[in-house]
Write a protein that binds this ligand. Sequence first.
Ligand SMILES: C=C1C[C@]23C[C@@]1(O)CC[C@H]2[C@@]12CC[C@H](O)[C@@](C)(C(=O)O1)[C@H]2[C@@H]3C(=O)O
Ligand code: AKG
Ligand code: FE2
Length: 344
Amino acid sequence: MVVLAKGELEQIALPAAVQKAAPPLADVPEVDLGGGGARVDAARAVVAACEGHGFFKVTGHGVPAGLLARVEAAAAAFFAMTQPEKEAAGAVATAPGSPFGYGSKRIGSNGDLGWVEYLLLGVTAAAPAPLPAHGEASPSYSSFRDILNEYVVVVRAMICEVLKLMAEGLGLKEKDAFVRLASHEESDSMLRVNHYPPHPEFKQQGHGRLTGFGEHTDPQIISVLRSNDTSGLEISLRDGSWASVPPDRKSFFVNVGDVLQVLTNGRFRSVRHRVMVSSPRPRVSVIFFAGPPPRERLAPLPWLVVEDGGRRRYREFTWREYKASAYRTKLAENRLCHFETEAD
Ligand SMILES: C=C1C[C@]23C[C@@]1(O)CC[C@H]2[C@@]12CC[C@H](O)[C@@](C)(C(=O)O1)[C@H]2[C@@H]3C(=O)O
Ligand SMILES: O=C(O)CCC(=O)C(=O)O
Ligand SMILES: [Fe+2]
């Protein structure tokens, strides 16, 4: 991994006072897509989870365990490559000048640092494959890309199912209000593969804590995360405390993003989360960020404004505008406050 300038590592290492591990989240809300229960119950569970933590676990999703295992193995093989190989693969995965590609320790372009390396990819409409290439890829990277392309197709279908349940659970007349945004041919989605190597000095669990990915909310509609069995993900609860999410490699975890908070007029909560590194084992996670088309005008849905006594909590903006504003901020900043309306 890239060597940091003097003083930069101190920004990732936590001061002793905040080294305490977060307690595990006792009641991870769970939504079973497997059709075991009534659809109306699944829709209600999704809404309750989005209003509560803004976070839930999806089981019964039907994504083959074999595909998940192949993605995990391919990601581990990718990060095991040499630094120049990873950088070359990242360059193929991204158009020049875009924020995509391989990165190490530097998150975004506003000075955020974390004990993480990653591959960030733009996801386009399906033809011929959701992950575009911008040059000749090495055989190892092209097979990784093929697996990720397979993954993106099935995960996007699962996301659409979850978004339909949300609209049903909210009693919206427009049942495709959310799914339309994520499945549009110009939808601006992303795929991120994160690798948190164990710190060389962490020989045992609990022997230190580093910031892997600092606290933030995701700007998009929803993000769907799948990780290996290594812990690290933490969510912020309504009282401001942190809870760690027990890993579950068979399930997906859904985060409500900023756009969904706006569309629901603040009824759903864009969840603040982070990744802390304390394990002697590496964590590998894959996150799909479902975003709307750049030109899409986003504003609280009229029915939810009525239900809120007529109070419209956010002004209208386009995704292009929101994303540009978000990408000027540091990771931990509140990005939504710039779009709030004045309270009466
Ligand atoms: C510091 C930043 C990294 C980020 C862009 C930003 O300026 C603020 C939002 C960050 C975030 C968080 C969720 C996703 O991981 C991400 C890809 C996104 O869309 O917004 C990252 C951005 C990034 O890593 O470039
Ligand atoms: O890697 C993880 O587990 C979560 C990372 C994350 O929140 C992000 O990439 O936005
Ligand atoms: Fe995130």
